[in-house]
Design a protein around this ligand. Structure first.
Ligand SMILES: Cc1cc2nc3c(=O)[nH]c(=O)nc-3n(C[C@H](O)[C@H](O)[C@H](O)COP(=O)(O)O)c2cc1C
Length: 320
């Protein structure tokens, strides 16, 4: 996740059990782009001990091919093409989710990358269409033609952004029509939801974004449920300790205090959505600008021993 799951966050996440495989933030690829050294650090100094796949986003075929070749000189576990980003600044340039409006271009890009990625698996992350799920069949046809090694499907359209209504039926369609393994993505906020989406779609696994920032215990909880064990439930105080660890990990000690607080809010936004039903935590936390004030608000909501579900109370409409 861009600006969220950087080296420092992956390093922290691993302390809570971590995922089986990670995908980097996207490398933005244009005619004269260079590999972003901060993102590359997640590969060259991989802190997880698990495989890390490098993700690229762009629409310039020659530049994507050049970047994919460059990345293969590093210890990447794969190269992933982003066909899902809904940010207007990205999709207006016909990259990320914007490409889903143009299956012919997807065909050309995926074909070129398939040829260029020879040393490691080539994977694709896609949404289920640009404006409506009806476009997905054509996208799947194009993907299948080039035989990617893995496809992750976020079951929303680009126009839907993060609004409710993840299309499990369309993820199941991808599972049925693609020869490669499929990862199901979208609103996996709990071990129960992970197992629900698995059985509803037949996917090989789940990809988790916001849920892991909100609840870094989530991967452990999913594994525990899979083994039929009781699922650990962190207390408020454990979540508070996570927020304290986040502050130290993701914000730069040398930065101004206001910038450190601003930086950690990107992550704690997700925690606050899961911690308190009225939205007051989220509201107050967002307005804090000093470390003291930020932690006073966090303690007000988290300094207790009650177990926390950490599933979002505040739904995605707020984020769109
Ligand atoms: C702040 C933010 C940044 C994101 N950055 C990326 C990215 O760089 N690459 C990507 O494939 N998806 C990115 N996503 C999308 C997520 O990976 C994921 O597909 C989406 O949030 C739905 O899954 P979730 O409900 O588990 O979060 C981002 C999402 C958010 C909210």
């Amino acid at each position: 996740m861009q600006d969220v799951t950087d080296w420092a966050f992956l390093n922290l996440l691993q302390r809570y059990g971590g995922a089986d495989v990670y995908f980097t933030e996207f490398f933005r690829v244009t005619q004269d782009s260079r590999l972003d050294p901060e993102i590359l650090r997640s590969v060259t100094e991989n802190p997880t001990g698990r495989p890390v796949v490098a993700q690229v986003i762009g629409s310039d075929i020659a530049a994507l091919v050049r970047t994919a070749r460059e990345l293969q000189a590093y210890p990447v576990a794969g190269i992933d093409l982003n066909l899902g980003c809904p940010a207007p600044v990205v999709y207006r340039k016909c990259a990320g989710g914007g490409l889903l409006r143009d299956p012919e271009r997807v065909d050309a890009i995926v074909g070129a990358l398939r040829q260029a990625v020879t040393a490691v698996p080539f994977t694709v992350k896609t949404r289920v269409g640009f404006a409506e799920g009806g476009e997905f069949s054509r996208i799947l046809e194009v993907l299948e033609k080039h035989r990617p090694d893995l496809v992750s499907v976020h079951g929303r359209t680009v126009a839907q952004r993060y609004r409710p209504g993840v299309r499990h039926d369309l993820i199941a369609q991808a599972v049925a029509e693609l020869s490669c393994p499929v990862l199901a993505n979208g609103d996996v906020h709990s071990a129960d939801e992970a197992h629900r989406i698995w059985s509803a779609t037949g996917a090989r696994g789940v990809m988790v974004g916001r849920g892991a920032v909100r609840n870094p215990w989530l991967f452990t909880q999913i594994r525990q449920k899979g083994r039929g064990e009781p699922v650990i439930q962190p207390t408020g105080r454990e979540v508070l300790a996570y927020v304290e660890a986040l502050f130290e990990a993701v914000s730069d000690v040398a930065a101004r205090e206001v910038d450190r607080v601003h930086r950690v809010k990107k992550h704690v936004n997700f925690v606050a959505e899961g911690a308190e039903a009225t939205g007051r935590f989220l509201h107050d936390m967002r307005r804090s600008s000093t470390r003291k004030e930020f932690f006073r608000i966090c303690r007000e909501h988290l300094d207790h021993d009650a177990p926390m579900a950490l599933e979002p109370w505040i739904r995605e409409e707020l984020e769109s």
